[in-house]
Design a protein around this ligand. Structure first.
Ligand code: 13P
Length: 261
């Protein structure tokens, strides 16, 4: 079994004091688990460097929550891929439903960002997911296909090498209602089958992981991570509390150890 990738998405939370407190305690306890997981912390842009300075010597990676479609120039208020790379970012979350909804990000914009992240050799975490309405109407697979098709059409299936797709059902994010692990497993299988259409694709698309995100917590992490096609978790609220985030990492480590004896 390959290592699961556990990503903290801190969204618009934290300040110098809470982040320092988190990092001091997190670093104190996380060492025994580092080799069993890939761990990524994604703070708000303004705290990226602060977090990086604390984790750069450990095997913990830095994630950004957004990137602009432009590389440089007159784009007030934006952060470019060059800047993110310059300060040590390795992963970039794009297509999050909160950005699609609150910032009107379309599949076209997300596609441009995906392309840029790949061109600069960083790792995109592409969020896709269905709304409550789409789920009710049995349109989940259509919604996911639609979000993936833009990348496939413009960049080709090969673009998914060294990438992460995060399946985040919108109805689950921040609600405390996680999707059922068996349901997630089936969706992840569907996504993998949609991308790997034949043996050629299996040979050519290397290092694609499918993560789950949506109300992950210390109670549901085990059942989710035990599913064979859930390659990792994208954790919101529960990643803000260092004890909870550590517990999720410990659960992931135990599963890795059990499967690799
Ligand atoms: P919650 O874990 O708070 O539901 O957030 C999930 C999420 O949106 C991660 O990107």
């Amino acid at each position: 079994m390959k290592k699961k990738i556990i990503v903290a998405n801190w969204k618009l939370n934290g300040n110098t004091k809470t982040i320092s407190n988190f990092l001091i305690n997190f670093k104190l306890h996380v060492l025994p688990y580092l080799k069993y997981n890939t761990i990524v912390i994604s703070p708000s842009t303004i705290y990226l460097e602060r977090v990086y300075n604390n984790i750069q010597n450990l095997n913990i990676f830095l994630g950004a929550q957004n990137v602009d479609v432009n590389i440089k120039g007159s784009f007030t208020g934006e952060t470019s891929i060059l800047m993110l790379k310059d300060i040590g970012v390795k992963y970039v979350i794009i297509g999050h439903s909160e950005r699609r909804f609150f910032h009107n990000e379309t599949n076209e914009i997300i596609n441009k960002k995906f392309d840029l992240i790949k061109k600069f050799n960083l790792i995109p975490i592409l969020c896709i997911g269905e709304s409550q309405d789409e789920k009710n109407k049995n349109q989940t697979k259509e919604a996911l296909k639609n979000q993936l098709n833009h990348i496939i059409k413009h960049l080709g299936i090969q673009a998914f090498s060294n990438s992460i797709i995060a399946y985040e059902p919108i109805w689950s994010i921040g609600t405390g209602i996680s999707a059922d692990p068996i349901y997630v497993q089936k969706i992840h299988q569907f996504i993998k089958n949609y991308i790997y259409k034949n043996q050629n694709d299996i040979n050519n698309i290397k290092n694609l992981s499918i993560q789950y995100g949506g109300s992950v917590n210390i109670k549901n992490a085990k059942n989710l991570l035990e599913q064979p096609d859930i390659d990792g978790l994208l954790v919101g609220n529960s990643s803000l509390i260092y004890e909870d985030f550590l517990k999720i990492i410990k659960i992931s480590s135990d599963i890795f150890k059990k499967n690799n004896i």
